[in-house]
Write a protein that binds this ligand. Structure first.
Ligand code: HEM
Length: 366
């Protein structure tokens, strides 16, 4: 472990959370907008897809090994003792429709740990999973759920608007992004609309972007590549020319020959002004509180994506920050609204697919 554990992480107090006015209406608006996306894609594909993160690029199984002898501050919740959990990983990109990878958008990693014991979150009683749901940037594109609803309505209006238009927009947006980067910033909106650099998804570092409890403390989570073969893929270009599933192909190629190891890290909140809970658009400064490794994720060689895996994981599972332990309760505006939204939307796609979605107790038998 190289980073230093903060001496004084802030203990959580209920007063740190300040529900927004009209949070119930925002939840309603989010579900209405996501249902529109999901209805449009269902009409088009006759398949129930996620309202966002519809396209998967890798569907993996492996294990999460919690480090031995973590200092007491870090030995919380499922990390309280050295333990190995079987895990399912799903790599995806953000849009709610399944696009040609040439429309290059932010990437995501969701991971589900199995066999996790302890007091459960509301709605997750009776299960033994713990999910972490992450995207490849340290902060969310909107400060709170109300602002996110506005962005989502914009994205919803582009669902199913014609691939070639989106590809053209993506190429244009990549140019635009270069201009924005030259001025020292990254435009979340431009990237979300299709201007992400065409790089290998396996080199990415992923972030929860929004906080959860960490036992008595507050933390954000992150997953970063550690094995040399994975690290070599950071910012490595991926060939997407005439390869509509080029990202998925690159992941399959990698896992045909290599295993992978990532580290699962936590960033403890030490200062509410610099590391706000209710403003998800602020990256927590790593010079104030670094990410510290609490577990390693090991994924052996395997077929990384197949129709059978897609049926089992894309269609048969749902990932949500609200699947888990009370010790890791999601907090803040964005997290609060996700509880109902994820549950409602996963039930809709289960109905569309006439499939059941359940929390697994063992790894699927691939
Ligand atoms: C108010 C804010 C948000 C809303 C309304 C929202 C909504 C959703 C919905 C409806 C799904 C699909 C659920 C399903 O059908 O199973 C989803 C999936 C996902 N979301 Fe969010 N989300 C929000 C914020 C975030 C944030 C902050 C992150 C991460 C930093 C994130 C990352 C993901 C990922 C990675 C998936 C795909 C999970 C999988 O592979 O199944 N979302 N989101």
């Amino acid at each position: 472990m190289t980073a230093t554990v903060p001496a004084a992480p802030l203990p959580y107090q209920a007063a740190f959370e300040k529900p927004e006015d009209g949070e119930a209406e925002t939840i309603h608006g989010l579900i209405e907008t996501l249902e529109k996306i999901s209805h449009t894609t269902f009409e088009d594909t006759k398949h129930g897809l996620r309202g966002v993160h519809a396209k998967s690029h890798g569907l993996l199984t492996g294990e999460v090994r919690v480090l031995d002898h973590l200092p007491p501050v870090l030995a919380q919740g499922l990390f309280s003792k050295a333990c190995t959990y079987p895990a399912v990983l799903r790599l995806s990109t953000v849009p709610g429709d399944v696009l040609d990878d040439k429309v290059s958008t932010p990437r995501a990693l969701a991971i589900k740990l199995l066999g996790v014991e302890g007091e459960r979150l509301p709605g997750s009683e009776g299960d033994t999973t713990q999910d972490f749901v992450m995207v490849n940037g340290p902060a969310f594109g909107a400060p709170d759920a109300k602002h996110f609803l506005k962005n989502l309505k914009l994205l919803a209006s582009t669902t199913d608007k014609g691939e070639s238009l989106k590809k053209a927009f993506s190429a244009l947006a990549r140019g635009t992004e270069k201009v924005i980067e030259a001025f020292g910033g990254k435009s979340g909106t431009v990237i979300a609309m299709g201007g992400h650099p065409e790089t290998n998804i396996l080199g990415e570092t992923f972030y929860s972007q929004v906080p959860s409890l960490y036992g008595p403390y507050i933390a954000k989570f992150s997953i970063a590549p550690t094995s040399p073969a994975l690290k070599a893929l950071t910012d490595a270009p991926v060939d997407l020319h005439d390869r509509p599933n080029g990202i998925r192909d690159a992941v399959n190629d990698y896992f045909a020959h290599n295993e992978a190891q990532w580290e699962l890290r936590v960033q403890l909140c030490t200062d509410l002004d610099a590391m706000p809970i209710e403003d998800a658009s602020v990256p927590w400064p790593e010079n104030k509180s670094p990410f510290i490794t609490v577990a390693h994720i090991h994924v052996p060689r395997q077929v990384a994506w197949s129709e059978a895996r897609s049926a089992a994981i894309d269609d048969g599972m749902a990932f949500s920050p609200w699947h888990g332990l009370a010790a890791h309760r999601p907090i803040g505006s964005i997290m609060r609204v996700r509880r109902v939204v994820y549950d409602t939307m996963s039930k809709i796609r289960a109905r569309q697919n006439k499939a059941s979605i359940a929390e697994p107790t063992s790894l699927p038998p691939f």
